[in-house]
Ligand binder design. Sequence first.
Ligand SMILES: Nc1ncnc2c1ncn2[C@@H]1O[C@H](COP(=O)(O)OP(=O)(O)OP(=O)(O)O)[C@@H](O)[C@H]1O
Length: 257
Amino acid sequence: MTLRVTELSVRSGTRVLVEDVSFTVEPGERVGLIGESGSGKSLTAAAIMGLLPPGLTATGSARLADRELLGAGERTLSGLRGRSMAMVFQEPMSALNPAMRVGRQVAEVMLLHHTRPNRRAARLAAVDLLDRVRLPDPERIARAYPHQLSGGQRQRVVLAIALANDPALLICDEPTTALDVTVQARILELILAGTRDRESSLLFITHDLAVVAGVCERVLVLYQGRLVEQGSTSRVLRTPEHEYTQRLLAASSLEVG
Ligand SMILES: Nc1ncnc2c1ncn2[C@@H]1O[C@H](COP(=O)(O)OP(=O)(O)OP(=O)(O)O)[C@@H](O)[C@H]1O
């Protein structure tokens, strides 16, 4: 499925936070969204997912295949979230229910969208998914509560939930920022493997240019709510056209080989 965002704007009253942003993510494509803090990355993702905070409004269009997401009813959106499109946030604890065993949380998203015939099948699939995100002893982990796991393990669980129904589009918003450096690389590998296996498109938000270089084929640069540059990752990182991208690169320690 293609994600086609056209002239997306997000406003808070008369304040424009994201302005006329247009881009597409083709099926199976991995696209990075970069820009400094406050440039509108998270709001762009939230608008696509139908998860804007109260008081903010989105205009323009965001279509996933032939479905318009902006202005769609909650019923339509909750039918798509966790099924056709899924999201991984920076802080895994915020995405997990602290009072439910993690295996059950993975199983529930499949039961909710009827992608497994019954509870038993969903439970087995949940353990398999926990295994595929390389959690050791997945049977045991499935019975654990979130607080009994490390930050990296929790993010693996969140990834298992996000990938459970083979989403066409996965959006990751700084998914490794809260993790130790050693754990970061492994989570990135899992995100790459998970989206490759499923041929899912990936929209990857990060402030880390090295991560973009390793993960994304194409990159979008946001500056003060506007898309100032987009292109293949190698082109943008080697020969940035916009002055802001040049500054962003100069400020990073990235060495483009
Ligand atoms: N609920 C809200 N109400 C009003 N303004 C908001 C709200 N959420 C975000 N903003 C503003 O919108 C702008 C874009 O925010 P956004 O969270 O999308 O930035 P970001 O690029 O994701 O930043 P970061 O890298 O720090 O997460 C910022 O100026 C922010 O202050």
